[in-house]
Design a protein around this ligand. Structure first.
Ligand code: HXC
Length: 516
């Protein structure tokens, strides 16, 4: 063959590889409202930036006539590219090739990009669309999964890992996304479960559809397994790009700063009036977040799960921050099992990746009751406590209204190494609210009073004056300053600037023993 003929052959092989499982299967993928692996990569990455690896890899199985079913690239497209000019590694399973099922060689391809990502310190994005372990390959496929999981584990806290679930993700395959930092699912076309509806029916007798068992809505509202649910793949890929903009490349770097067009000292007069006079009346914490962060832009994470706590990314003077805020509009902002787990994982992510934490507090306490106690709220609440206590990133806390008892401590208080703790004049920092306190302290006195209602009101007023304000805590230095609400943006930004060079190191240990 001449050189030109060899080049032509290369081009033909490339074209063949790009067709994956063939046009018929590509059409069938499109008919399901799904993109192919290559189309997903093209949309996700900057135009022309994709560098593909292992295009000519084929599986090695000969079982069940597999030697006659070979496809260049073998069920996954892997490589690297850029998002807004920043390097990422990517793998996208190709459902058109044997259902995207995981073979030994496919696992090797995925492991190769993960190893490269670790070597150069860049995030990994995985797009899942697969029938699971390639049945014909038996234990080799299982071994392949284990190799991937092991890399997910070692990469955790070193490079950000994002999973997009754009099709089936069943059986043990679900554990790779579960080990990554953020999971996103498409509505109607993706599902995740350990055992499918048929097995469920056999074992438990339950009749359940794929969607009911493991669709996007289930995992973003009920189980909390996934962080984002999107209407379609275009939205999902755009969301991954957006999310990526808040993250650093690895745990040794900081997230990229964006030029800030929003005045730093912007006063937000509405915040001086946002807290209702009646302490039992809610307000919307999103309004506070929007008023404080750059241009009101907030990327909420886990938005449909445990809505009593809000978590997400924003920027303050161009710097990426993680926001954690109680939501008084939902269950009065109470902390419960799900809220604690949700926020704890987020706090740990931010801490691992040098993203400062801004915590907005309005929390009446932990949700009481047997449901919570039997579910282990003690252990789960301890996760959030632990997460804040171990975090060494800059931590700025603003208490807006209620901050009672254990929940006061958990929500990044001064003694959990909160760096700068502000309070609004409306803050109530105490062991408990006036109602409970008056009942406990003066039950006998109130009962014996001539007018018990009047006596109760008087005792409550006395307690409120003494304890339910920010000044009692400020008197002890537990609150660094009581600030005017409308000036919150400026004060938080100035605090973050002050903390830019913060260095804090935890004691050396093999690893911690977070209460799981
Ligand atoms: C081999 C597979 C496959 C698999 C799909 N295919 N899954 N081949 N191993 N796991 C093949 C199909 O035979 C078919 O080949 C092609 O992929 C497309 O699949 P269809 O069934 O035609 O597609 P669809 O109707 O969309 O159904 C998708 C599906 C279904 C729901 C995912 O294929 C399915 O149920 N697959 C098996 C799922 C499963 O049980 N996997 C093992 C899970 S256990 P042709 O040639 O006809 O196009 C597991 C253990 C992991 O993964 C443990 C890790 C620790």
């Amino acid at each position: 063959m001449s050189q030109l003929e060899k080049v032509k052959e290369l081009m033909e092989l490339r074209a063949k590889a790009r067709l994956g499982g063939g046009q018929k299967r590509i059409d069938s993928q499109h008919d399901k409202g799904k993109y192919t692996a290559r189309e997903r990569i093209a949309i996700l990455l900057d135009e022309g930036s994709f560098e593909e690896f292992d295009m000519f890899v084929e599986h090695r199985s000969t079982n069940f006539g597999m030697d006659k079913q070979k496809f260049l690239g073998d069920g996954v497209v892997t490589g690297c590219g850029t998002i807004d000019g920043r390097l990422v590694y990517i793998f996208a399973q190709d459902f058109t090739v044997i259902g995207g099922s995981l073979s030994e060689t496919m696992a090797l391809k995925i492991c190769k990009v993960m190893d490269m990502a670790m070597k150069v310190g860049a995030p990994v994005i995985g797009i899942n669309d697969s029938g699971g372990a390639r049945i014909q390959e038996g234990v080799n496929a299982l071994a392949g999964y284990a190799e991937i999981f092991q890399r997910n584990i070692l990469a955790s806290g070193v490079i950000p890992q994002i999973s997009g679930i754009f099709g089936p993700c069943a059986g043990g395959a679900v554990y790779s996304p579960a080990l990554t930092d953020f999971t996103l699912m498409t509505e109607g076309t993706s599902y995740m479960f350990l055992t499918g509806p048929k097995v469920v029916k056999t074992v438990t007798g339950e009749d359940v559809t794929q969607e009911e068992l493991g669709g996007a809505s289930v995992h973003t509202t009920k189980s909390g397994v996934a962080h984002f649910s999107v209407a379609n793949e275009d939205d999902g890929l755009a969301l991954i790009r957006h999310l990526y903009s808040f993250l650093p490349q690895n745990n040794m770097e900081e997230a990229p700063r964006k030029e800030c067009t929003d005045p730093i000292a912007r006063m937000e007069d509405s915040l001086n009036e946002i807290i209702p006079d009646n302490p039992n009346k809610p307000y919307d914490m999103f309004e506070v977040i929007g008023a404080v962060v750059d241009n009101g832009e907030f990327l909420e994470v886990h938005g449909n799960y445990a809505k009593n706590i809000i978590i997400g990314f924003a920027r303050m003077n161009g710097q990426s921050v993680g926001v954690v805020a109680n939501q008084p509009k939902y269950l009065a902002g109470v902390l419960d099992i799900n809220a604690s787990r949700k926020a704890a994982r987020f706090v740990r992510f931010c801490d691992a990746f040098n993203i400062p934490l801004v915590t907005l507090v309005d929390v009446p306490g932990f949700l009481p009751g047997t449901g919570q106690e039997y579910g282990g709220v003690i252990t789960h609440g301890a996760k959030l406590l632990y997460a804040y206590g171990e975090a060494t990133v800059p931590k700025v806390t603003v208490t807006l209204r209620k901050s009672y008892g254990g929940s006061h401590i958990v929500m990044s208080c001064k003694q959990l190494r909160g760096d700068i703790n502000y309070a609004w004049p409306t803050a109530e920092i105490a062991v408990m609210g006036a109602d409970g306190a008056a009942e406990v302290l003066y039950a006998k006195e109130i009962k014996e009073a001539e007018n018990p209602a009047e006596a109760l009101a008087a005792k409550k007023a006395e307690y409120n004056k003494l304890f339910c304000n920010p000044f009692n805590a400020a008197r002890y230095g537990y609150i660094d300053d009581v600030i005017e609400p409308r000036n919150t943006r400026f004060r938080v930004i100035r605090a973050l600037e002050q903390l830019r060079t913060k260095k804090q190191v935890n004691p050396a240990k093999k690893h911690d023993n977070l209460p799981l």
